[in-house]
Design a binder for this molecule. Structure first.
Ligand code: GRF
Length: 209
């Protein structure tokens, strides 16, 4: 008889700067058993982030590393890197983390750090992606989960989901429609990672059936 070896549950840590609805979507999927992982911690650069309350409610340890407490970006990044190491995570999820990570951090966690971006990359990287999409006049928008590399929103793409841009959309209406898809895409990407189903071949990420 074939022996089934159960997966070791992956340790998942999060970085978030604000509302934390994507963070919530992932911890809900962990709690329901959909993702074979354990949420081991949340790091935030913003002491007022609503994500903190969500973490406390979900029993996930929080580390606040307030950017304002540091004299330089280098000092902040050093503290951030130390906190990230402390969690001993298999995967880091950037769930609305609003700063660009320095190259030391990107290098150390390469291949095990993912980000969610509210556009169909490579279109509209950076800030205000939904506004960029409206202003450009595209008819289809969406979200992308990608591995983090040294660029801004440039890493290999794991999952994309699209939505239509409707005639009367403004930035808020489009952002809301995209957000609903983000809440599907991010937990799915985390699940695939935790099931060892992502195979990275250069820029392409293949998903093992
Ligand atoms: C999301 O739109 C995400 O794609 C972007 O920042 C927003 C964060 O929203 N990176 P939330 O904090 O997850 O609610």
């Amino acid at each position: 008889m074939e022996q089934v070896i159960p997966l070791r549950k992956k340790r998942i840590a999060f970085l978030a700067s604000g509302r934390g609805s994507n963070f919530q979507a992932v911890i809900d999927a962990i709690a329901s058993g959909e993702i074979p992982g354990i949420g081991v911690g949340l790091i935030t650069d913003n002491p007022r982030a609503y994500a903190i309350e969500r973490a406390e409610h979900g029993g996930i340890p929080v580390r606040v590393i307030d950017y304002a407490d540091f004299a330089s970006k280098a000092a902040y990044e050093e503290a951030l890197l130390a906190a990230m190491r402390d969690f001993q995570a298999d995967l880091f999820v950037l769930a609305g983390y609003m700063r660009i990570l320095g190259s030391d951090i990107v290098r150390e966690f390469s291949g095990r750090m993912i980000n969610i971006h509210p556009a169909l990359l490579p279109a509209f990287p950076g800030l205000h992606a939904q506004r960029q999409a409206i202003e450009y006049g595209v008819k289809v928008a969406g979200c992308t989960v990608h591995l983090v590399d040294d660029g801004t929103d440039t890493g290999p793409i794991v999952i994309q989901r699209c939505v239509p841009v409707l005639e009367d959309d403004d930035e808020t209406a489009l952002a809301e429609r995209i957000l609903a898809e983000e809440h599907r895409a991010l937990p799915l990407a985390v699940k695939l990672f935790c099931e060892d189903r992502l195979i990275v071949e250069g820029r392409r990420v293949r998903i093992r059936p």
